[in-house]
Design a protein around this ligand. Sequence first.
Ligand SMILES: Cc1ncc(COP(=O)(O)O)c(C=O)c1O
Length: 400
Amino acid sequence: MTSIAALAAVAGELEAAFPDPWLRAFSVKANDVPAIVARLGRLGLAANVVSRGEWAAARAAGIPNAGVTLEGIGKSDGELRAAVRAAAAGDPLRWVAVESPEELDALAALAARAGLGAGGRPPLEVLVRLNPDVQPETHRGLAVGRGTAKFGMTETELTAAVAALPADGPIRARGIHLHVGSQLGAVDAWRDAVRRGLAVLSLVRAGRPAFDTLDVGGGFPVGDAGTVPRPARFAEEAAALIGALPEDRRPARLAVEPGRFLVAAAGTIVASVLHVRERGDGERVVVIDAGMTELIRPALYGATHPMRALTSLGAPVHPGAAPSSAARVDGPICESTDTFGSAELPPLHRGDLVAIAETGAYAASMASTYNGRPAAPQVLLEPNGTLTAARSRGRVRFAG
Ligand SMILES: Cc1ncc(COP(=O)(O)O)c(C=O)c1O
């Protein structure tokens, strides 16, 4: 279930921190349910996508190609061709962010074959992804801005790749894309990365005035007030770095593309209890009907999420209403890593409801149908309290 009021609140906070002319794009990988992308679109968010599937979700959400940026660590020929086709049809994506010199060559060959940049057809607008080589303050599995990570190009690779592009060819290099990591616990690595991005931008721009864009990615964390930096803190750092540059070296276009910050807190998984057992060491184990198929983050990188019991009407069980004790909450999947960890919960029985909070990001979009499970339904909680079906439960089909 996704709270639309919560989406609106965080979208407003992001806009206050990064007002126009910053482009604010929602990183669709965090939640690809079209109804949710559509609500964010109505709140002024563009869409940052990594595949044709996410691009389709953005289009289904009513976001035009001009509001879609395409990035991704490994784009297939089909994906590159689709971006070229859209540009040749006069409906280009806002830009394509390229990961490597080889990918840039492949894209340039496809764009040349489609006649982009010739005969009055505009070239394809491209950002080049810089590996910022920083030490992100986050879980190792989320620290994509490390120098050893597979993401982006070194400064040397990037500058050589752009220098090899003809000035009036089928590709127009417009600037730099970078991303430091997700759920950043501090602003330092992000500031270092933005500083590097600005320096490389300025270096390349000296020979190419159109190289004027800096997209600083996502990474803004979620957490209780005071425990993590808010977008405004990151914005302060960016403003200070950009403000220190001479005016003619400042990027003309700036973008952020958060995912988690926009959707995580708005989402809740509501599960029901299947059974409760005591283990030999006295541990209470509660098995619920949601598992790693709906929320893989705990199994994938040890993420924890707040959990609480709900009444049959869906209201939180009041902490004082029943004596609570520690319980381990496990999913129904045939894997021992299918666990959500421990929570203080009241006595529970089959059919009781348990809510797993802060599950709006990297849950539905990372879901699987392992163990033959249908996709979970998606529900929107409107600001007036009504519920709207955003996606119905997946179907199980029997052949005989
Ligand atoms: C390039 C890029 N941009 C944006 C994001 C969104 O990150 P977050 O959800 O932490 O804001 C990611 C996440 O992996 C990413 O790889």
